[in-house]
Design a binder for this molecule. Structure first.
Ligand SMILES: [Zn+2]
Length: 405
């Protein structure tokens, strides 16, 4: 270790530059004085840590002045163009790809119809080609890329970055997605299930102050995700929150597409509603009919809400969330689904679990999956441990820091 590295190494990990950047990003402290107060570090140590962050172009002085004793001081903020994030939301029918800055603003995005059935090699290469074109189009250099987040409509082994178990992504099981992508993108690559990413997007953007959030996606299928104590809970095998394939008693046992019978999805998912209405085959077909004000579709959706309420009431008793957020295409068709869910959850759950509980629809109008994949990768590359490890070996966390600004 060189002397320069030694002096830059914090006495305690939680006092390093990464921790200070975290305080600046989450708004806990935005001035030298504020940082010194919160961390208990001396002003000179705070100054050293900030110099490290300035040298890496990770922070900048904002245009706001913060009042303080003596002369007002300039507030510090994350430099959103210190690097860019690639975000990919693979859907059953459409895949959206975007380039984000570090403040999660979308610099550019593209949508392509990519068939999951083409298999991982073809699909991942197409994604890479679109992202390269997008980066060129934005006048950026590939070295500005700080990380890549990828959401998939399937259960994902998060650590291994592989699809596992039954899903609509047949042919992808066990494929080393990260290794494939790393040939083109030598940056941190994080891969997760799409519903987990919607859950993360919801929590980070709209409910950051709540510790426990339960998210339900009501689309063609039904999925759920949970934030417990501020972090996504994936369970032992990445299957936590697979509420759509849990059995619901008392409503008959129709055949489910997973091979079992009587799953929540087979009773209340978009494809099941389409089956009952004899209208198309997915949530989009049901939503079209709802938009035409069809009374059978409205009745079906209310009933679906009550059936989903049975499962969600159980989850509420188990998890005691602060907030339940309903997303997915069926959640955007009006309040009928939400009303059915609320009715049953408040009826079935113990008063203590619902006293402060809020049950709401998502506020995202679009691109929630892109936001979620972006938050996933940003949380990783800007986490104090990862950032300090990069800075301690004297390299900027992002090779192209400042590029494109
Ligand atoms: Zn099932």
């Amino acid at each position: 270790m060189t002397d320069a590295v030694t002096t830059a190494t914090p006495a305690r990990a939680e006092d390093g530059p990464g921790r200070i950047l975290e305080l600046i990003i989450n708004g806990s402290a935005r001035t030298r004085t504020g940082i010194a107060q919160i961390t208990g570090l001396s002003r000179s140590t705070v100054g050293q840590r900030l110099d490290t962050l300035f040298d890496a172009q990770l922070i900048q002085e904002s245009s706001d002045n913060v009042p303080s004793r003596g002369r007002p001081s300039r507030a510090l903020e994350l430099n959103p163009r210190a690097g860019v994030l690639l975000s990919v939301d693979v859907g059953e029918e459409r895949t959206r790809m975007a380039v984000l800055d570090l403040n999660m603003a979308i610099l550019g995005d593209r949508v392509a119809r990519l068939a999951l059935g083409d298999g991982p090699e073809i699909l991942l290469d197409r994604i890479t080609a679109v992202l390269r074109e997008l980066i060129d189009h934005l006048g950026l250099d590939q070295t500005a890329v700080a990380g890549l987040g990828l959401g998939l409509p399937a259960p994902v082994d998060y650590e291994a970055g592989r699809v596992q178990g039954w899903s609509i992504m047949s042919g992808w099981e066990g494929y080393d997605i990260r290794r494939h992508l790393r040939r083109s993108w030598p940056v941190p690559i994080l891969i997760d299930n799409d519903v987990n990413l919607l859950t993360l997007a919801e929590h980070r953007r709209y409910w950051p102050g709540q510790r426990h959030l339960f998210f339900v996606k009501a689309g063609t299928g039904i999925g759920s995700g949970m934030v417990i104590d501020g972090a996504i809970n994936r369970g032992a095998q990445g299957a936590a929150g697979d509420i759509g394939h849990a059995h619901v008693a008392g409503f008959g046992d129709p055949q489910c597409r997973c091979g079992n019978a009587g799953c929540l999805e087979s009773l209340a998912g978009g494809w099941a509603l389409a089956r009952d209405l004899r209208e198309g085959h997915d949530a989009r077909d049901v939503a079209d009919r709802l938009r035409r004000g069809d009374s059978a579709a409205v009745t079906g959706l209310r009933q679906a809400g009550r059936i989903m309420g049975e499962s969600i009431a159980y989850a509420t008793s188990l998890l005691n969330p602060d907030v339940i957020v309903l997303g997915g295409l069926l959640a955007t068709t009006g309040d009928d689904l939400l009303a059915g869910i609320r009715q049953v959850v408040y009826q079935r759950s113990l008063p203590l679990a619902t006293r402060q509980l809020r049950i709401v629809s998502t506020r995202y109008k679009s691109r929630a999956g892109i936001a979620g994949a972006g938050y996933l990768v940003r949380d990783h590359v800007l986490s104090p441990a990862v950032l300090d490890a990069c800075l301690a070996v004297g390299k900027s966390p992002f090779a192209g820091a400042g590029a494109g600004s």
